[in-house]
Design a protein around this ligand. Structure first.
Ligand code: SAH
Ligand code: SF4
Length: 358
């Protein structure tokens, strides 16, 4: 996996500084970005518009290797999952979700997660470390190479894989900057979505530095329940958190904030809770995604029955809140939301789906 010293994942300004500090012209940064992100060429010796001496020094210094793919999986619905070697026996996962007119890549931002939401597989594995911007961007390059023979491309990137992206702010912001740079992956800010469990001050900071689309994992309409489902809520309660979301929407020209709400049987799916949720969101720049809970072994949570989800959604629609129920994708390969985990066994990481066999 590319380490933190890699030039991969550096925003254009930092890359220019890197070249200038070595006595090279700043425009070399643009050349390098074209090679890396337009052409997918990571071998400096083949970057023919650079001088030979620069190619050689890049080859020594740039650290442009992609991570090894440990395992490839394909769901019956076309979802793809790659298990990547993050070094030191650790594994991370990226998931591609194809749809008719778009393809979303779900990237990981950390190995594990410290937030510890009790219904989430990643939460169960604990926190190991932050990924570097290089490791985050590398996931997109790996997926792009893998998808090219099928003629599929990445039109959207979502930070919804393993980890809490705002707990790894600097590296995630760097990677996001490469995603939206026209010399990087060239995606519009609307097509890059960061999903967070709600670190309020970092949402405010993100509005200043990045302004990609924001998704907030809400899961409960009141602090008492949210303290249990998203333990970070004890530190960053709902009132100021939602205020930060509305400010974020203002900073992004009223682009709506997406709220994610995982439907947990008998826990957060009652009619009174739907009404309380409607009071929080109606009249606001918000859209709500109800997510059928994906089963995670070792947790007591089950998914709400379909009629309960439908009724919950109707209450919100009646109150004027834009609400959809998200389709579950890739659950047969443990690639669905909250199912990503590389469990550690005998000091070695193995993917969740292999645990029973290991
Ligand atoms: N840490 C970030 C992003 C990664 S989780 C966050 O929590 O937002 C991506 C999404 O999957 C979040 O909305 C999360 O709440 C949801 N999720 C976690 N476990 C789930 C499960 N078992 N079933 C369905 N969704 C789940
Ligand atoms: Fe971490 Fe998100 Fe899972 Fe919560 S839902 S444990 S914040 S990855």
């Amino acid at each position: 996996m590319p380490g933190s010293a890699s030039l991969l994942g550096l925003p254009r300004g930092e890359l220019e500084d890197w070249f200038v500090s070595r006595g090279e012209a700043a425009f070399r940064a643009r050349q390098l970005m074209r090679w890396l992100y337009r052409r997918g060429e990571l071998e400096p010796l083949r970057m023919t518009d650079m001088t030979l001496s620069l190619r050689e020094s890049l080859s020594d210094a740039a650290g442009l290797a992609l991570p090894k793919i440990v395992r490839r999986q394909r769901s019956c619905d076309g979802t793809r999952k790659w298990l990547l070697d993050a070094g030191g026996g650790q594994l991370i996962e990226s998931v591609f979700i194809p749809e008719r007119s778009r393809g979303s890549l779900c990237v990981s931002s950390q190995v594990g997660c410290a937030v510890n939401c009790p219904f989430c597989a990643t939460g169960q594995m604990g926190f190991s470390r932050n990924l570097s911007a290089a490791e985050i961007v590398a996931q997109t390059l790996v997926a792009r190479r893998e998808l090219a023979p099928e003629g599929r491309s990445i039109t959207n990137i979502v930070f919804m894989g393993m980890g809490e992206p705002l707990a790894n702010f600097r590296e995630v912001a760097r990677a996001a900057s490469v995603f939206v740079d026209h010399l990087g992956l060239g995606l519009s800010r609307r097509r890059v979505t960061l999903s967070t469990s709600g670190i309020t001050p970092r949402i405010r900071k993100l509005a200043q530095v990045s302004r990609v689309s924001l998704a907030l994992s809400l899961h409960a309409p009141d602090d008492k329940l949210r303290n249990r489902l998203v333990p970070l809520n004890r530190r960053y309660p709902l009132g100021p958190l939602l205020e930060a979301c509305w400010e974020y929407a203002r900073a992004t020209e009223s682009r709506e904030v997406t709220f994610e709400y995982v439907m947990l049987d008998g826990v957060n799916d009652q009619p009174g809770q739907a009404r309380a949720l409607a009071r929080l969101l109606r009249g606001r720049p918000a859209k709500l995604n109800l997510i059928p809970c994906n089963p995670v072994s070792g947790t007591p949570f089950r998914c709400s029955p379909r009629p309960v989800i439908n009724r919950f959604r109707q209450t919100l629609l009646d109150a004027g809140v834009m609400t959809i129920t998200r389709k579950t994708r890739g659950d047969d390969i443990d690639a669905a939301c909250g199912q990503l985990r590389g469990a550690v066994l005998n000091g070695r990481s193995v993917p969740h789906g292999m645990r029973a066999r290991a």
